[in-house]
Design a protein around this ligand. Structure first.
Ligand SMILES: *[C@@H]1O[C@H](CO)[C@@H](O)[C@H](O)[C@H]1NC(C)=O
Ligand SMILES: *[C@@H]1O[C@H](CO)[C@@H](O)[C@H](O)[C@H]1NC(C)=O
Ligand SMILES: *[C@@H]1O[C@H](CO)[C@@H](O)[C@H](O)[C@H]1NC(C)=O
Ligand SMILES: *[C@@H]1O[C@H](CO)[C@@H](O)[C@H](O)[C@H]1NC(C)=O
Ligand SMILES: *[C@@H]1O[C@H](CO)[C@@H](O)[C@H](O)[C@H]1NC(C)=O
Length: 718
């Protein structure tokens, strides 16, 4: 019995004793408390109450029963990995196997935070045994083997406390073997031991690894080396030699070399051996060329010997040529040989042989020109060349025709001893005939018939005739038709707007040509003639002179009024810009003379004093239309002239004069326009020089009757 139980028993006894005196008296509450209860003050202070002790449950008086704390579950009351143990009025906890309490006591009550925690079995060295790895688990542990070890007598992982499993070192046993190879070294038979191999003699390591390693699984890894039997292959070729080889190429095979023909060995040995390394070894032979040309006469006569590598050839010396073969040749193969060159017969045209030293190489033949010929130039000898041909002679023998014929204005273009070709000198052209002179066999030149003519322009001697016709001479070599194009252009200084252009064509075979053009007066012309086939153009300038201006058409009338109105009609003319009309008034007194060509000028001051005639008006033609009405005596000025009134009772003739003037030239034409009547005189008109261009008109007034007849005739003529 422990202390607590003993105390409980004491308390029970005291209570039994205390109850006894209370019987029959005031109820002593405390005396009624259960032995496993305590008597406590009520919370409100009004008396006492019985409460079951800690670890008990009940009403505190009649019963207090032990409470089983473990009933609610060991883990709930003790925590994880623990077992709960109930005691009378209390309980305690213990840890499960593999766990221990955190306060290191075997029994605990968790109220101070004590709990069960995992034990680390692996902390114990050698817990798993040799060659093993320990692994701690919750509440336990297990073991597995390290590299190079394998589990023995059980599965992996294992627990050494259950079963006999343990780790033992890996053992690969005897090293593997390789075909055609032998083991060279071995470091052991356990894990990671190494075995090294080499190929057998006569074999060569071609590929793979030469070592084998003991693996963790107890097996050898490798070797995977491949050993092949030695094969030296074909023996190497040596310069100027050939091997005597039976086609074996294994180790130890021997090959004998022989120098090619034309060569001999100056080195050491002539055998090559196939070594274990798979290579041919030796010989250090050296085949050197034989010099066949040292043998005198090996090529034969007239030949040059040339040593070649392993051979020789022959070629002919100067003056010799190869016979029965090609050069160079080898006398051992074929029949070729050198023979002396022979040029054979020598001959040339127009010359005869004078002397000959032979017909072989470098022989000389000398020539002279044939009879009737003369040696002009070149070499008169011929030499037999190395090629078997004669060189020359290149002598030139000319027939004795004498000097080349002379043709005027020609030169010699080509000249050999029988033929001369002539041609015209510059500026001249051949005109029919042959241009070759031939030296005839009779020694006389047959002259060329060519004639050389000066080359002249096709349009020549061009001139202008009578101010309107062109004349020229055609220079042609044949009777061909030539087409001429004539263009002209006229201009006037006094009339800038004036242009007279024209073009005409003429086609003719003639040598003398004439073409008349419709040229206008008082104009400067530039005229071109182009010969179309020869594309030649000749140009000439000319001018035309002043002609008599056209007189107007007048309506002749006789008036009996001092202010007669006269009419005229006219046609425009190219001379209009330099033309004017003058109206003359001739008082009729006795015999009236009027000279149309005078006065020469329209100048007022030059008016003749002797005559009573006067100019009453002067009108520029350029301003006139086709018609004009003019009233005589209207008292106005026309062109600076006063149109004075006519005197009553007098007779007058009115004359209109057309005047054209350019510089010093002046031409005029006159027409009787009207008669103003007052008397009965007769007018007679006579023309001194009719239509002969100077325009001198004289009028003799005889009587009124004759006038009409003359005037009409006058009009018709103008
Ligand atoms: C084996 O191979 C290694 C690497 O390939 C080489 O260095 C070594 O010399 C070889 N051993 C023999 C014996 O051939
Ligand atoms: C001279 O030249 C002419 C023309 O070229 C030719 O036909 C002729 O054969 C030549 N004569 C000689 C001897 O060369
Ligand atoms: C013609 O040309 C000459 C020289 O240029 C000139 O003096 C003259 O006035 C010209 N004649 C005409 C009608 O234009
Ligand atoms: C007009 O031509 C003639 C002859 O061709 C010449 O003598 C005269 O000087 C020329 N007159 C002018 C003005 O050119
Ligand atoms: C001139 O006079 C005539 C008759 O009186 C008339 O018919 C004509 O139109 C006139 N001409 C001019 C240009 O005045």
């Amino acid at each position: 019995m422990d202390g607590r139980n003993r105390a409980m028993i004491v308390v029970f006894l005291l209570c039994v004793l205390a109850e006894i005196p209370a019987k029959g008296h005031i109820l002593d509450v405390c005396a009624t408390c259960h032995a496993d209860a305590t008597c406590d003050d009520k919370p409100d202070g009004a008396g006492k109450v019985c409460n079951c002790k800690y670890g008990f449950v009940g009403n505190g008086r009649t019963y207090c029963q032990d409470k089983d704390e473990c009933q609610i579950g060991a883990s709930k009351i003790c925590g994880q990995h623990a077992t709960c143990h109930n005691t009378y009025g209390s309980y305690y906890c213990t840890c499960l196997a593999g766990f221990s309490s955190s306060n290191n006591m075997s029994v605990f009550i968790p109220n101070d935070g004590t709990h069960c925690q995992d034990d680390d079995e692996c902390r114990v060295v050698g817990a798993c045994g040799g060659g093993a790895r320990c692994r701690n688990l919750e509440g336990s542990f297990d073991c597995s083997c390290q590299l190079g070890y394998r589990v023995h007598d059980g599965p992996e992982p294992f627990n050494p406390h259950s079963g006999n499993a343990s780790c033992r070192v890996v053992e690969c046993g005897q090293a593997a073997t390789v075909e055609d190879a032998v083991l060279l070294s071995l470091t052991g038979t356990t894990y990671s031991s190494v075995a090294t191999f080499v190929c057998e003699e006569g074999f060569i390591w071609r590929s793979g690894d030469n070592s084998s390693v003991c693996g963790a699984d107890g097996g050898w890894k490798g070797p995977n080396m491949v050993c092949e039997e030695v094969d030296c292959g074909a023996p190497p070729s040596l310069p100027h030699s050939h091997p005597m080889w039976g086609h074996g190429s294994r180790m130890g095979t021997e090959v004998v070399y022989q120098c090619n023909s034309g060569f001999h060995n100056v080195g050491t040995g002539d055998v090559s051996t196939c070594t274990s390394a798979g290579q041919w070894e030796g010989p250090s032979m050296l085949c050197q060329d034989d010099d066949e040309c040292r043998v005198v006469g090996v090529c034969g006569d007239g030949a040059r010997c040339r040593n070649l590598e392993g051979s020789f050839d022959c070629s002919c010396q100067l003056g010799y040529r190869v016979h029965d073969g090609l050069e160079p040749f080898n006398p051992h193969s074929g029949n070729a040989s050198c023979r002396v060159v022979d040029c054979g017969q020598v001959a040339t045209e127009d010359a005869v042989l004078l002397s000959l030293t032979g017909t072989t190489y470098s022989s000389v033949a000398t020539f002279v020109c044939e009879e009737g010929f003369i040696w002009r130039s070149g070499d008169n000898s011929s030499v037999c060349g190395a090629d078997g041909g004669w060189k020359g002679p290149n002598m030139v023998c000319e027939a004795k025709c004498g000097p080349v014929p002379f043709i005027a204005k020609s030169e010699v273009m080509l000249h050999n001893r029988s033929v001369v070709i002539h041609r015209c000198v510059g500026g001249y052209r051949s005109w029919r005939g042959s241009y070759i002179s031939v030296c005839g066999s009779s020694g006389v030149w047959q002259r060329a018939t060519l004639r050389c003519r000066e080359i002249k322009p096709p349009v020549n001697h061009l001139f202008v005739l009578n101010e309107k016709c062109l004349r020229w001479r055609a220079e042609k070599y044949e009777e061909d038709k030539e087409v001429y194009q004539v263009t002209y252009e006229g201009s006037r200084e006094y009339q800038r707007s004036f242009h007279d252009r024209g073009r005409q064509h003429l086609s003719s075979k003639a040598d003398q040509l004439e073409l008349c053009l419709n040229l206008l007066p008082v104009t400067n012309y530039s005229i071109s003639i182009t010969a179309l086939s020869s594309r030649f153009t000749a140009t000439i300038s000319t001018n035309t002179s002043l002609t008599v201006p056209p007189a107007p058409v007048v309506y002749y009338r006789e008036f009996e009024t001092p202010v007669p109105t006269l009419r005229l009609r006219r046609s425009p003319d190219t001379l209009d810009p330099i033309s004017l009309y003058q109206v003359f008034v001739l008082p009729v007194e006795g015999i009236v003379m009027f000279d149309c060509s005078s006065p020469a000028s329209s100048d007022i001051s030059s008016r003749r004093k002797s005559s009573t005639e006067y100019i009453t008006a002067q009108i520029d033609v350029g301003h006139l239309g086709r018609e004009m009405n003019f009233t005589v005596g209207d008292g106005r000025y026309y062109g600076g002239f006063f149109n004075a009134p006519l005197q009553n009772g007098r007779n007058y003739y009115i004359i209109v004069r057309a005047v054209s003037q350019w510089k010093s030239a002046l031409k005029s034409a006159c027409v009787l326009w009207a008669k103003v009547r007052g008397t009965s005189y007769v007018l007679r008109v006579s023309s001194l020089s009719a239509a002969a261009s100077i325009g001198l008109v004289a009028m003799v007034i005889l009587g009124g009757y004759c006038f009409t007849w003359y005037a009409r005739r006058f009009f018709k003529r103008t």
